[in-house]
Design a protein around this ligand. Structure first.
Ligand code: C2E
Ligand code: SIN
Ligand code: SIN
Ligand code: FE
Ligand code: FE
Length: 375
């Protein structure tokens, strides 16, 4: 008998994609300690943008919140044209070129890189980068051994993204079928999810938020009010103020949202997808407040997850400046003053501060997704 230790056993656990990448990196480092960084960038064909999605490295992340147009990244396009990975064994030589990502990578002290294109059913969806601190690290023999790890990472990412897509499509469909008669329009959801992403980005350094987390906030925040599906029309669409009984019904929407999400996760066997916790927290806890007087639980500040705090600020700001059946639209100045008043007591001060500091970006989003009708 001998005891076999499976170094990749942690992949079976319920962990985020970032953590899974870290495990694979650690396993690879046992054999190749010079591989200092692994990162995955996802390509969005609609916008032609390539964005860093997850990364694992011991040092600082040189490409945090990095994005570039693929059409402007000649060396990466070349990889796609040839449908072959690319080895650069002396980034110094390469850094004389124009690509900003290569320059940033070289500045961080990495000296060699191996870039694999990732395909799903033959369709390109991103790049996988291995970086080494040693020049000439990626020999033919090393590459032969790294390649299977590359494909493992690629499949892990595909699996996670496919699960998320299924989940979002399902929730969206339920929302459409229930024909939510809400005054919350698509434009409200477009705006508030972008405010939420803006807040998360601005907090990224202070809170050490990963690109994966920030993207999850963006993707999940439009579902914060999915529980309103279960609120009857007389209450949801009432033109005036709510009576106390009606208000009690309205206040059940966060828990209803959580139940809907859990039911779908069960039906689609997606409970193991770790980022789902972020979705749950957004739906269930976006009306909790710092003073513990929010609903549904009256949680104290420390017990409210960051994603719920971020969405609360984004949602309230947009609700204030929008017209609703029960209220007129406020001006940005009025809404800012209200957020300032709520900061600390009700809302997270950091979230409010970074939103107020980003007025220009915020107004760009408003112009992009404005509407004349109810919002
Ligand atoms: P909602 O319309 O999406 O509003 C989200 C949140 O924005 C509200 O959460 C509140 O924190 C903030 N908000 C919106 N309008 C105002 C406002 O005029 N003044 C202030 N101070 N804050 C505002 P809240 O209060 O927990 O309400 C949750 C949901 O309940 C609202 O979502 C809306 O669907 C419904 N609701 C709230 N008040 C009324 C009302 O007076 N009449 C009706 N028909 N529905 C209401
Ligand atoms: C990266 O490692 O993220 C990009 C650098 C390269 O072109 O290899
Ligand atoms: C949507 O309809 O786009 C999102 C669902 C929601 O707001 O509840
Ligand atoms: Fe809500
Ligand atoms: Fe909302």
């Amino acid at each position: 008998m001998f005891e076999h230790q499976d170094t990749l056993t942690s992949l079976d656990e319920n962990t985020s994609l970032s953590e899974k990448l870290t495990y694979i990196h650690a396993a690879l480092n046992e054999r190749f300690p010079f591989i200092a960084r692994i990162s995955v960038a996802i390509y969005d064909a609609k916008t032609d943008l390539l964005k860093t999605f997850i990364q694992s490295s011991s040092g600082a992340d040189p490409l945090k919140q990095y994005q570039a147009r693929l059409s402007e990244a000649g060396s990466l396009q070349e990889i796609l044209r040839l449908r072959r990975p690319r080895v650069v064994n002396d980034l110094d030589l390469f850094a004389s070129g124009t690509a900003e990502h290569t320059r940033r990578i070289a500045e961080e002290g990495y000296r060699a890189s191996y870039t694999m294109p990732m395909y799903n059913h033959g369709q390109f969806f991103g790049f996988l980068f291995f970086n080494s601190s040693a020049v000439d690290a990626f020999s033919e023999e090393v590459l032969r051994q790294i390649d299977p790890f590359g494909h493992l990472i690629s499949l892990t990412v595909i699996h996670e993204l496919a699960s998320l897509r299924t989940l979002l499509a399902t929730v969206q469909t339920a929302h459409d079928i229930a024909n939510v008669r809400d005054s919350e329009t698509g434009a409200h959801l477009e705006r508030m999810s972008r405010y939420a992403r803006l807040i998360a980005r601005k907090l990224a350094d202070q809170y050490e938020l990963s690109d994966e987390y920030i993207e999850n906030i963006f993707v999940f925040s439009p579902l914060h009010d999915i529980g309103k599906i279960g609120i009857p029309d007389e209450v949801l669409l009432k033109p005036g103020a709510l009576e106390s009984e009606e208000w009690e019904i309205m206040k059940t929407h966060p828990v209803k949202g959580r139940e809907i999400i859990d039911r779908m996760l069960g039906n689609f066997n997606l409970n193991g997808v770790r980022s789902i916790d972020i979705l749950r927290n957004i739906a269930e806890l976006h009306h909790e407040t710092f003073d513990g007087k929010g609903y549904p639980y009256g949680r104290s500040a420390a017990a409210i997850p960051l994603e719920s705090r971020i969405v609360a600020v984004a949602d309230i700001f947009d609700a204030l400046v929008s017209r609703r059946p029960y209220k007129q639209a406020w001006s940005n100045d009025e809404a800012f003053a209200m957020l300032q008043k709520l900061a600390g007591d009700k809302l997270d001060q950091d979230c409010v501060r970074v939103l107020l500091e980003s007025r220009e970006e915020l107004e760009t989003i408003q112009r992009q997704f404005n509407e004349d009708s109810l919002g």
